[in-house]
Design a binder for this molecule. Structure first.
Ligand SMILES: *[C@@H]1O[C@H](CO)[C@@H](O)[C@H](O)[C@H]1NC(C)=O
Ligand SMILES: *[C@@H]1O[C@H](CO)[C@@H](O)[C@H](O)[C@H]1NC(C)=O
Ligand SMILES: *[C@@H]1O[C@H](CO)[C@@H](O)[C@H](O)[C@H]1NC(C)=O
Ligand SMILES: *[C@@H]1O[C@H](CO)[C@@H](O)[C@H](O)[C@H]1NC(C)=O
Ligand SMILES: *[C@@H]1O[C@H](CO)[C@@H](O)[C@H](O)[C@H]1NC(C)=O
Ligand SMILES: *[C@@H]1O[C@H](CO)[C@@H](O)[C@H](O)[C@H]1NC(C)=O
Ligand SMILES: *[C@@H]1O[C@H](CO)[C@@H](O)[C@H](O)[C@H]1NC(C)=O
Ligand SMILES: *[C@@H]1O[C@H](CO)[C@@H](O)[C@H](O)[C@H]1NC(C)=O
Ligand SMILES: *[C@@H]1O[C@H](CO)[C@@H](O)[C@H](O)[C@H]1NC(C)=O
Length: 546
């Protein structure tokens, strides 16, 4: 009862608008707006935190070109009244003069948001992107000042969107200048006698990552390593791609290979936080017909045997026993049956696994119920999205569509859906690609959050995807806990939401409006009361309040 009284005491009055320190330099392309950064200018995403109880900060980005547009306000005491009457009584508060017809309309379109911080779900691990060979190559083509600006844009907790995770390939992947692995020569070398140091490409990437950490002033990045393929000689078809599997006589060698990589990286002060059991294992089993990049095929029972008898015990008996081992690393349609079958030949396999990694590529066809089912079966394993990009399907534009808001909206929907279904972190694919969506050695060009002009090399284009990712990564710090948030009303289906209790006890609510109309949201928080939020058309907003 007292909760309810409290709830009635507050509502929102004023919106004082403030700007981020360096706003986005918008440029229009046929499909929408990008933000341009060059050697001397790059926008920043610095947003103050709400300080006093009842203060809030609303940050929004829209199809029409707003990027991290900040407004501040405060809850104020008010008596409870139905929405329609309130609008009549305080017509100026939201800056719209209304008559009775409009009030009716507002009633029909109004949406109620309720947040209950006592209903808690998963704890957030973090957000990030992938540092592939192509990314490393493109960073080296850029002038230092531009590269540094981008490092800060992604990883700085203050100026940037506060990424805290990074996926790194072990050897090559599909976004590299060519396929490669350690110890390609000599062949049939069970001792991995030629894998005694890291490759020059690793050393370069480590330098870049150290530089990034220094420039973005971030001490700790959660690195998660993933191998795409073993050297060809360990595989049944002796090829990078095609239908293949690991030869059973090399199961132990393939585990040693991973341990060797971890030790060599640790010797360079690049200790990994996580390790995957391998990228998209079904590519080498069923996907090989249309997937032509380096892949190692696995059936779950064989991979389970490898994890349960080789990789798992080896890790557990090493200095890397605390590393988080992620199984799966494949599409949502593998959840949860893949994990059920891992234990078939080795009943201990799943005991070594800390997390389940999912990719989003067929999410539009596969219900998120698969994630709930997986969570119900494996409640102690964290779930993480480890790869996502657009432009991979035959019916899509391959490569970047500069300024596309609808591509960014697919990220918004995908991330919100995953977060609503127990996924605890989200890692985007390439941090940067060129304007053709490469480089890649197999023509599988795709889009990315940031695109380099590889003609001049002195401009980058930050896509709407970058800002949509930022609406999550910046406002949902590691350690935040998802809380219950519900939208009700006639038009609620046009708005999606997900809410978090952050470690500093502020609350963050992400609101994504896919409608072409403005929407007024009546917002009720259990402790603080209620107020109205005006959401722009085709927009995403992050609301944080103390
Ligand atoms: C870099 O961008 C800023 C802001 O848009 C602009 O004023 C400046 O002229 C640009 N510099 C170059 C070399 O294009
Ligand atoms: C009410 O608002 C509508 C839409 O703005 C307008 O067309 C109409 O003339 C208004 N009616 C009155 C009585 O003001
Ligand atoms: C070891 O690998 C390197 C390439 O990384 C290769 O040039 C060299 O020939 C290999 N050594 C042997 C003995 O095969
Ligand atoms: C790793 O870090 C330690 C302690 O900070 C330092 O002494 C050592 O030189 C570093 N090694 C490398 C390869 O950077
Ligand atoms: C890992 O090793 C420890 C002993 O160091 C043991 O207690 C534990 O059961 C092992 N973990 C698994 C999954 O076997
Ligand atoms: C850009 O990507 C395309 C497509 O993969 C590739 O052909 C081209 O070489 C790349 N250019 C640069 C400078 O990376
Ligand atoms: C990639 O595409 C280009 C142009 O479409 C073509 O010339 C080239 O042969 C393709 N390369 C591969 C490896 O498919
Ligand atoms: C890259 O820069 C060149 C030179 O300014 C320009 O002609 C080209 O349109 C730019 N590319 C893109 C994708 O904007
Ligand atoms: C969503 O955007 C539409 C316009 O596209 C707008 O009318 C509506 O008020 C917005 N809804 C919210 C909740 O912001």
């Amino acid at each position: 009862m007292s909760k309810l009284l409290f709830l009635l005491l507050w509502f929102f009055v004023l919106n004082t608008v403030q700007c981020v320190l360096k706003p986005c330099q918008l440029r229009k392309y046929p499909d929408g707006y990008v933000c341009v950064c060059n050697e001397t200018y790059c926008d920043t995403m610095d947003v103050e935190k709400p300080e006093r109880f009842g203060d809030f900060i609303l940050v929004s980005s829209t199809k029409s070109g707003k990027r991290f547009d900040v407004s501040k306000g405060r809850f104020q005491p008010k008596p409870l009244e139905p929405n329609v009457i309130r609008v009549k009584r305080f017509p100026d508060l939201i800056g719209i003069k209304r008559n009775v017809t409009q009030d009716m309309k507002s009633w029909l379109t109004s949406i109620t948001l309720t947040v209950d911080q006592d209903k808690q779900y998963q704890k957030i691990i973090g957000f990030g992107g992938a540092f592939t060979g192509s990314v490393s190559h493109l960073f080296d083509l850029m002038p230092e000042s531009l590269r540094h600006a981008l490092y800060r844009n992604y990883y700085s907790p203050d100026e940037g969107i506060a990424y805290s995770m990074m996926r790194i390939p072990i050897g090559g992947c599909d976004f590299d200048l060519r396929p490669w692995a350690y110890n390609e020569q000599p062949i049939d070398d069970q001792k991995l006698s030629n894998f005694t140091k890291l490759d020059a490409r690793d050393l370069r990437r480590n330098e870049q990552i150290n530089d990034l950490k220094k420039v973005a002033q971030i001490d700790d990045i959660k690195l998660i390593g993933t191998a795409w393929s073993s050297p060809k000689w360990m595989k049944t078809n002796n090829q990078w791609s095609g239908r293949n599997a690991l030869k059973p006589e090399y199961y132990q060698t393939w585990a040693d290979y991973h341990l060797r990589f971890l030790s060599l990286m640790a010797a360079e002060n690049m200790t990994l936080w996580g390790l995957s059991t391998g990228n998209e294992p079904l590519n080498g089993e069923i996907g090989w017909f249309f997937i032509h990049f380096m892949s190692l095929g696995w059936l779950p029972e064989n991979q389970g045997k490898w994890i349960g008898e080789n990789l798992g015990p080896n890790l557990n008996n090493s200095e890397f026993r605390d590393i988080k081992l992620f199984a799966g690393d494949d599409q949502r349609y593998t959840f949860p049956w893949w994990f059920d079958r891992l234990n078939r030949l080795s009943p201990k396999a799943m005991d070594y696994v800390s997390g389940l990694a999912v990719h989003w590529y067929w999410d539009r066809l596969i219900s998120p119920f698969m994630l709930d089912q997986t969570y119900n079966k494996y409640p102690d394993k964290m779930m993480l999205n480890t790869e996502s990009c657009i432009g991979d399907k035959p019916f899509e534009v391959h490569g970047p569509v500069l300024g596309s808001w609808s591509r960014a909206e697919r990220y918004a929907l995908g991330i919100i859906q995953d977060l609503q279904h127990h996924v605890a972190g989200w890692i985007d694919w390439n941090l940067i690609l060129n304007e053709s969506g490469g480089p890649t050695y197999i023509n599988n060009t795709v889009d990315a959050a940031v695109i380099l002009n590889s003609t001049t090399k002195n401009e980058i284009y930050k896509q709407p995807i970058f800002y949509v990712l930022g609406h999550f990564s910046k406002f949902i710090p590691t350690g935040s806990v998802r809380i219950e948030a519900n939208l009700n009303g006639f038009r609620a289906s046009n708005v999606k939401t997900v809410a978090f209790l952050c470690p500093d006890n502020t609350i963050t609510i992400i609101l994504y409006n896919r409608s072409d109309k403005f929407r007024i949201i009546d917002f009720t928080d259990d402790l603080r009361g209620s107020y109205e939020i005006r959401l722009d058309p085709r927009s995403i907003a992050s609301l944080t309040y103390a």
